[in-house]
Design a protein around this ligand. Structure first.
Ligand code: MLT
Ligand code: ZN
Length: 459
């Protein structure tokens, strides 16, 4: 029996595909620089089936690429070497909402948005949020420890995971942490699986903590002439308000979004950088505080102009200026960097990166945006029309080597929230010591002795 028939006998004929359209689609994530070339796509519908597929892959020694919503930006879900893609699309049920425990238990293929919606329907809140929540899946969120726009207040996905059911690379079923809050019984493998990028096991089921819904919020957008002023503004706004987000974007990012969508400018004054501040506005009292804080910033000559939302619709429109950046830039085939340093080091880091690129690659257009509140800078380099994809990628790889060294000298990270995948693998050494990387490889061998799961990713 060939592999196709063997898979069919495990998951049923409707759940295996070698259709060309599926092979093209399921071998790629949102990185636009790799080629899709999987052998077959399999859609298990139960944990038993996941286990059987893993046993088969071990027997035949054929690698598996775990696949969620494929919204990743580092190539973690790319299948270009004749692998089996194991898609969680058909394991997407909401299994349980527990109002006493304030938890939701879902199969890994449930989308982030479905989790958010079920929480809201039950009077609760799942706070991890980013632009691609409609298609990204919880399993992928956990496997990459997804961040997003509310990390300053709520933390990363890691902070919301209470339990994980996963099948390791050798086919062992693990029930990690049993969704307990207190459980001091030695190594917590749950945290090893969070951010493991599909290299240790297939995450099948997740129990997430929920919280109370946030109070209504308002949004302020303000402009500054120097990036370092944003940090002063952050300090001032943080001193009096409870912030849900403190995001930033450059004038170039704003121009691209306005050009693509025809949105109005937040205000006429030109600024080099903009902050989008989302703050709790319980009982409408915080808006007055925000205006006072804005005046304080203006008196200190930190801000050039600003505007505050007066309705939910206005807040939503203001958010679009930030949230639509990623999608807008897609047309320019950007090379994406996702760097982090301590908040206090951001201005110097941004200056040094900016001057390096300007000096060494004067024709490259760079777009900055990101999450100031948590030290995360997205640097997108747009592909010049004159370069083909591979010429551009190879120049960007050189830039990444230089950026990696700079990141290392700032004690930062080469991947703040997008993961390592294939795109950042060569630069891992700038954020982790060789000792750590060797231990990571040893850990992988324990969970996946035959190296079946997502080989070539992360490590
Ligand atoms: C964002 O912050 O918009 C996301 O991380 C996506 C991206 O960087 O393009
Ligand atoms: Zn981001």
């Amino acid at each position: 029996m060939n592999i196709f028939s063997r898979l069919e006998s495990i998951v049923g004929p409707k759940n295996v595909s070698i259709e060309q359209a599926d092979l093209e689609k399921f071998g790629l994530d949102r990185t636009n620089i790799y080629c899709s070339n999987p052998r077959v796509i399999v859609f298990p519908t139960s944990i038993d089936q996941v286990q059987e597929v893993i046993f088969l892959a071990n027997e035949l020694e054929i690698p598996i690429v775990p696949s969620g919503g494929r919204t990743g930006l580092s190539g973690g879900a790319v299948a270009s070497k004749s692998e089996i893609v194991l898609s969680m699309n058909k394991m997407n049920s909401i299994l349980d909402v527990n109002l006493n425990d304030c938890t939701v238990t879902v199969e890994a293929g449930a989308t982030t948005q479905e989790v958010q919606e079920v929480a809201t329907k039950n009077g609760l809140f799942y706070p991890v949020n980013f632009a691609s929540v409609g298609s990204s899946q919880i399993g992928g969120n956990v496997a990459t420890n997804a961040g997003g726009v509310n990390v300053i207040k709520y933390g990363m996905t890691r902070d919301w995971v209470l339990g994980i059911t996963a099948v390791t690379g050798s086919g062992e079923l693990l029930e990690l942490n049993k969704s307990l809050i207190k459980n001091n019984t030695g190594y917590d493998f749950r945290h090893l699986f969070i951010g493991s990028e599909g290299t240790l096991g297939i995450i099948c089921k997740v129990t997430l903590k929920l919280t109370e819904p946030p109070p209504p919020s308002s949004v302020f957008i303000l402009g500054v002439s120097k990036f370092k002023d944003l940090l002063e503004v952050l300090k001032i706004f943080q001193s009096k308000l409870s912030l849900q987000a403190f995001e930033f974007f450059s004038d170039h990012a704003l121009e691209k979004v306005i050009e693509a969508h025809g949105y109005p400018k937040p205000f006429e004054t030109h600024a080099s950088f903009y902050a989008l501040i989302d703050f709790d506005n319980q009982d409408n009292t915080s808006q007055d505080d925000a205006l006072k804080l804005y005046s304080e910033c203006a008196d200190k000559k930190l801000v050039l102009d600003g505007v505050m939302s007066e309705s939910i619709a206005q807040s939503q429109n203001m958010w679009k200026l930030r949230e639509d950046i990623s999608e807008t830039l897609w047309h320019y085939q950007p090379y994406k960097n996702d760097l982090s340093v301590r908040i206090s080091k951001m201005p110097k880091f941004l200056d040094e990166v900016g001057s390096f690129i300007k000096k060494s690659y004067p024709n490259f257009e760079v777009i900055w945006y990101g999450h100031i509140g948590d030290g995360n800078l997205h640097l997108n380099i747009l592909k010049p029309a004159a370069l083909n994809k591979s010429e551009f990628k190879s120049l960007c790889d050189d830039i990444s080597m230089n950026l990696g060294q700079l990141v290392e000298s700032f004690d930062g990270s080469i991947s703040a929230e997008h993961g390592v995948g294939i795109l950042k693998k060569d630069y891992l050494k700038f954020s982790k010591s060789s000792g750590e990387i060797s231990l990571m490889a040893e850990v992988k061998k324990v969970f996946d002795p035959k190296g079946i799961l997502n080989p070539g990713k992360l490590l």
